[in-house]
Design a protein. Structure first.
Length: 262
């Protein structure tokens, strides 16, 4: 079956506006076993989008962040097209009233991402990509260009929490970039990179529902990325993945080389 990106994009946007945003900064925080924040908003949007997507495409299944791990693994290996959903990436920001969070949705089939959507309802920015339309923001094409920058001129998005102590210490003591940020939504971070709002990226451990859509959008915009081990970032397995990225090839080569130095 053909998947219509415009239709899916509309479903995600409408669902976020009507189901998610009424909870913004008003919802009670609860905590998962790993200490991460979970709210009623996460569950409400996941259930709503699952019903909407499966009504449109009954041959698909949905893998949501808010599912038991055993169920997630079974779905990902089902052989069916899989909607990979993070209903609220940046729950901590959302519950605190910090306007940096997103809804992330990827379609995975035959080991590859087929389309990706990341919606930022605080700014009404919908990032999307598929093979036919490439990478877009609110329906307008986006494409990264060579910046001509060196690493020391770049702004980097770094998640220090999930890096090894030695690498985190080296980044602080030998600072290789001009400035560093950490915003709190992996999916949206990838999209801001796709827009060239930041130039370098490093994350030590993110889950498939966090990165699948955003990394696909970034790659479709012409960005460069790999794991810290030099492997592709995306794998259609539940294992968390590290990520190194940059907005052009020269920056990526220099950034990767710096990170590999011991």
């Amino acid at each position: 079956m053909k998947y219509d990106l415009n239709t899916i994009r509309s479903v995600v946007i409408d669902s976020a506006k009507t189901v998610l945003m009424p909870y913004y900064a008003k919802v009670e925080r609860n905590y998962k076993a790993d200490g991460s924040v979970i709210t009623e908003a996460d569950h409400a949007l996941q259930h709503h989008l699952q019903a909407q997507l499966l009504a449109l495409y009954p041959e698909t299944v949905l893998l949501g962040e808010e599912m038991p791990t055993t169920e997630q693994a079974k779905i990902l290996t089902s052989g069916k097209p899989v909607w990979c959903l993070d209903p609220l990436d940046g729950t901590n920001n959302f519950s605190n009233g910090i306007p940096y969070f997103s809804v992330s949705l990827a379609l995975i089939f035959e080991g590859k991402v087929q389309l990706g959507i990341v919606y930022d309802p605080a700014r009404d920015e919908c990032f999307s990509a598929d093979e036919a339309q490439g990478s877009q923001l609110n329906g307008q094409a986006i494409k990264l260009m060579d910046t001509g920058m060196q690493c020391r001129q770049a702004t980097a998005i770094i998640d220090f929490k999930r890096l090894t102590g030695s690498l985190a210490t080296r980044l602080v003591t030998e600072v290789p970039y001009a400035s560093q940020r950490s915003f709190g939504s992996v999916a949206l971070d990838w999209c801001w990179l796709a827009m060239g709002r930041c130039h370098l990226y490093l994350h030590g451990r993110s889950n498939i529902w966090d990165y699948a859509a955003g990394q696909y959008i970034f790659s479709a915009a012409g960005g460069f990325s790999s794991s810290l081990d030099g492997e592709p970032v995306f794998v259609d397995r539940l294992e968390p993945r590290s990520a190194v990225a940059a907005v052009d090839k020269n920056l990526f080569d220099a950034w990767s080389s710096w990170l590999r130095k011991v």
